[in-house]
Design a protein around this ligand. Structure first.
Ligand code: PHE
Length: 394
């Protein structure tokens, strides 16, 4: 390799945030010649494209994941790179929008010549980006999209998290058997594949356990007024509301419920995982529960080590997004090493053979559908914090 060590550290630190087609590179000196857009992958080392919601309503998802991806790549570079080459990440902001996600993936493939893709968090966006990755034969690994349809897009699409048929059942079983609830209402985001799918699996599982769904209501991402839905739930005997949405709307729904005097807890899934849930929802969420990928207080030694490194580098704790972002990057780099090449087909084949990989979120083995089997945790919200309640094995 003709890269000086210092030189390729700069390369690795390059981050590209696309805004209306203008590509802004952050965090590095001027790019050495040969690394500019359009250069072939061969001259750039291992190039990973990350498409993420760096801004917008779900900015926490993209930002936490991107920090973790960079941490994994920095560690790999500090250890000599992968296949003796530097690893570079190019991040494009999709602003939490499906059309932007599709164009970010196209650009990462056509302009940045990435060898593989990491993304997205939101299932709807992974579906949009994944269709392009599949068509173009570039392997993609989603850190945290849980809707089953994501990896069904095709054999180039992988993930490092559990899927929603499991997650929905975990919360339904907890609600029915541990909280002993008989009736629950459901409030879903009808613009969000994740929310629609998770509401369906919760509903089926809760009913199979003899529970009753009192009422189903809907909203759309970006809504700010939830008083009609909360008032409708107030007119039923629901003992909880299942809200499998993202943190911004969930926080606002909790506040509306409190303001209108509805005293039942909310139940939810991994989409709640952001510090902003608490800044938006305040104490209105006390006594609510959600399922998630990891609990800070229940992390493994490897998980704790990552959390400490993240805190040192960024001055804040990672959420489950960061944990999974790190594992997505680590699994991908491990596959490139095993493949012995950045050839997309060979990397795809190596990803499919991932077995017993020790991640910071647990052991990762890809099943034949390119999904790993992972345990889930249930967290209880108390005093503006998520506290570990239980672990559920698949
Ligand atoms: N699982 C969510 C989805 O598929 C995304 C998410 C994962 C959000 C983890 C927060 C934490 O859309």
């Amino acid at each position: 390799m003709d890269f000086g060590r210092r030189r390729w550290f700069c390369l690795a630190a390059l981050t590209c945030v696309a805004q209306l087609g203008a590509c802004k590179k952050l965090g590095g000196d001027a790019a050495p010649s040969g690394s500019s857009a359009g250069a072939s992958a061969a001259t750039q080392g291992v190039v990973i494209g990350h498409y993420a919601s760096m801004t917008g309503n779900t900015a926490h998802f993209g930002q936490d994941t991107d920090k973790a991806v960079h941490l994994a790549v920095d560690e790999a570079n500090a250890a000599g790179g992968v296949l003796g080459k530097p690893v570079k990440v190019v991040t494009l902001d999709d602003r939490g929008d499906s059309a932007e996600a599709a164009s970010a993936v196209t650009r990462l493939i056509d302009v940045e010549h990435v060898n593989a893709l990491i993304g997205e968090v939101a299932s709807s966006l992974s579906l949009a980006g994944g269709r392009i990755a599949q068509r173009r034969g570039i392997p993609m690994i989603s850190p945290s999209s849980t809707n089953p349809k994501v990896t069904q897009v095709g054999d180039y699409i992988f993930r490092v998290c559990f899927i929603d048929p499991f997650q929905g059942k975990v919360m339904a079983t907890f609600a029915r058997n541990t909280l002993k609830l008989d009736e629950v209402a459901i409030l879903r985001d009808v613009k969000n594949d994740y929310s629609i799918g998770l509401a369906d699996t919760f509903k089926a599982s809760f009913a199979a356990l003899g529970g009753k769904i009192s009422l189903e209501q809907s909203y759309s991402a970006g809504d700010t007024d939830f008083s009609a839905q909360v008032t409708a739930v107030k007119g039923t005997k629901a003992q909880a509301i299942y809200v499998p949405g993202y943190y911004s709307e969930v926080g606002a729904i909790a506040r509306t419920a409190k303001r209108l005097g509805l005293k039942v807890p909310l139940l939810g899934g991994d989409g709640w995982d952001a510090p902003e849930l608490f800044s938006i929802g305040g104490d209105a969420l006390d006594g609510s529960y959600f399922s998630n990928h990891f609990a800070a207080d229940g992390a493994s030694p490897k998980g704790k080590q990552f959390m400490a490194a993240f805190k040192t580098k960024y001055g804040q704790e990672p959420t489950g997004l960061g944990m999974l972002g790190y594992d997505a990057a680590a699994v991908l780099l491990d596959a490139v090493k095993r493949a012995g090449t950045t050839n997309p087909k060979a990397v795809r084949d190596a990803l499919a053979q991932t077995k017993g990989f020790e991640g910071v979120t647990g052991k990762i083995t890809m099943d034949k559908d390119r999904n790993p089997e992972k345990s889930a945790v249930i967290l209880k919200i108390q005093g503006g914090k998520a506290v570990y309640e239980a672990t559920v094995q698949p």
